[in-house]
Design a protein around this ligand. Structure first.
Ligand SMILES: C[S@@+](CC[C@H](N)C(=O)[O-])C[C@H]1O[C@@H](n2cnc3c(N)ncnc32)[C@H](O)[C@@H]1O
Length: 320
């Protein structure tokens, strides 16, 4: 099936439990009360047996180093290119004559020549300033999202990417498809108040895929507020991240939990698991309007080993 026509979240529903091992994955899976209650018990026990404060410190204070090590080890071979992007987020498809594109171009026009508040960079003096449409990926890693987006879009698009891992940014810049005429990637830690190298109100779309979850919960609100300033009026943030009680959360052993629903993986990178309500609160507190906020529950099946894996993701869209 043409990937751009695949219905959101897929459409294979499990109606008969006896058939569970007939396919690799089932969509939109309902959880039983017992399952929820087991998950709650597991996470409560994890929090009661959390990592001692003195051990937590190095993960919290040296977080970018752990991602540097991750990318030194895996380079660009760990995350797959995210082709589902265009199904879940058609906003990312900027086909030339499409209506969406006309709308984006209109939004861009409203900002032409404006002088920017609260930021020293002015329109015209930053990379990509001449391009009609500007997208940015926060936590771009090694470019598994940036490159597919650039590939399907036209010359009107300029793509920014930031990541706090210098190693990741270097890998993107050395990629054979990297072209400074259509992309600008830079090191930036969104949990800090450091200025972005682009002006406020310059972006049409911001992509946040599995990045906010790497921050401590108390730092998320400030980060999203600063990112929201970069959006043009009418611009949108596209968000997808780990959901509460995802299999990856329930698998954490004792002493990996740093604070409620926030953990350190074996490689030292950190991860938070969101509820829909938390996502709503973080983004609407930044003055954005909710357009989508969904829980994607998928049952993945290892047929050879007869193992069921319950995955949970939150997907959302917020507009300025
Ligand atoms: C799970 S990876 C996802 C990478 C990419 N978004 C993708 O979907 O392939 C999370 C990325 O976010 C980056 N990251 C985590 N915390 C960050 C922060 N505070 N500021 C900037 N980047 C951060 C990490 O270095 C890592 O590259």
């Amino acid at each position: 099936m043409d990937d751009t026509k695949r219905p959101t979240f897929g459409n294979r529903f499990l109606k008969d439990d006896a058939q569970v091992f007939l396919h690799n994955a089932w969509d939109n899976v309902e959880w039983t009360e017992e399952q929820e209650s087991n998950a709650r018990q597991i996470t409560t026990a994890q929090a009661e047996n959390s990592m001692p404060d003195e051990e937590q410190e190095k993960f919290l204070s040296e977080a970018p180093k752990f991602w540097d090590k991750f990318y030194e080890k895996h380079e660009n071979k760990f995350f797959k290119d995210r082709h589902w992007l265009f199904t879940e987020f058609p906003e990312l498809l900027l086909v030339k004559e499409s209506k969406d594109n006309e709308e984006l171009l209109c939004n861009d026009d409203t900002n032409d020549g404006e002088l920017l508040s609260n930021n020293e960079t002015t329109v015209g003096s930053f990379p990509g300033s001449d391009s009609k449409v500007k997208f940015m990926e926060i936590g771009c890693g090694v470019g598994n999202t940036i490159f597919p987006i650039l590939k399907v879009n036209n010359e009107n698009l300029f793509m920014y990417g930031c990541d706090y891992s210098q190693t990741a940014v270097d890998i993107v810049k050395n990629h054979k498809e990297f072209n400074p005429k259509s992309a600008f990637v830079f090191v930036h830690d969104i949990s800090t108040e450091d200025e972005f190298p682009i002006p406020n109100e310059s972006l049409d779309v911001v992509i946040m895929i599995f990045v906010l979850s790497a921050l401590q919960f108390r730092k998320m609100g400030g980060a999203v507020k600063r990112i929201a300033k970069l959006l043009k009026p009418g611009g949108v943030i596209l968000f997808r991240d780990y959901g509460r009680y995802d299999m990856a959360q329930l698998r954490f052993k004792h002493r990996r939990c740093i604070s409620d629903n926030f953990y350190t993986r074996g490689d030292g990178t950190m991860v938070y698991f969101f509820t829909q309500g938390e996502v709503k609160e973080i983004f609407t507190s930044a003055g954005l309007m909710e357009e989508q906020n969904l829980v994607d529950r998928r049952l993945q099946v290892n047929r050879a080993r007869q193992i069921k894996m319950y995955r949970v993701w939150v997907q959302a869209k917020y507009r300025k």
